[in-house]
Design a protein. Structure first.
Length: 197
């Protein structure tokens, strides 16, 4: 078998695991969504089972990604990005980054505040950076209750209990940079000045 093909197939397992963890989905939930047994999913992720088209199609559909993304197919020269929104916890997530692992970028849209929706704080591994584009975002973070307006940003360790939602009767749109392993976004304001001596 071609070395490039071997490498592509070998990288599918880690990519599948990263996608599932990123979406906070268990093997049992993914099994229910795809009809693939938990043991087969586990073997695919660990690399002990070779991926087939019959297995990859339902997995791509469940994760909301293309087959090309699952197998890391080489680019075709078409520069257009085909984003597939995912709706979770009442929010629309638009993935802006295409690689598995590392810091992931998303655009999130939260609909107007629902009077019946009570904030439910969550914790998970990782580190998140938020930047508000439009609307007002309420961020509950530990003991803090913050309102962020367009142009404002926040960053936090996601092991701290947190929740976010729209403040009023307008939806809120914001960017999120999320590192599953706790990676932080590194910002550089200007290049270092060169020594004049």
């Amino acid at each position: 078998m071609d070395d490039g093909l071997d490498h592509a197939l070998d990288s599918v397992g880690p990519r599948l695991r990263a996608l599932r963890k990123q979406r906070e989905t268990t093997l049992a939930e993914l099994s229910a969504a795809t009809g693939i047994s938990v043991s087969t999913l586990s073997r695919l992720e660990s690399g002990t089972r070779r991926p087939t088209l019959e297995l990859l199609l339902p997995l791509a559909r469940a994760h909301g990604v293309s087959l090309d993304e699952l197998v890391d197919a080489p680019p075709t020269g078409d520069p257009r990005i085909h984003l597939r929104p995912v709706t979770r916890f009442g929010m629309t997530l638009l993935p802006l980054s295409r690689r598995a692992g590392g810091i992931q970028a998303y655009k999130l849209i939260i609909p107007a505040r629902s009077p019946r929706r009570e904030p439910e704080l969550k914790t998970h591994e990782g580190y998140e950076w938020l930047y508000v584009l439009d609307g007002r975002l309420r961020v509950l973070l530990g003991e803090h209750d913050l309102i962020l307006s367009p142009g404002e940003a926040a960053e936090f360790d996601t092991r701290v209990p947190h929740w976010f939602g729209a403040v009023d009767d307008e939806p809120v749109e914001f960017l999120s940079l999320f590192g599953q392993q706790g990676e932080r976004a590194h910002l550089r304001a200007r290049p270092k000045a060169k020594d004049s001596g």
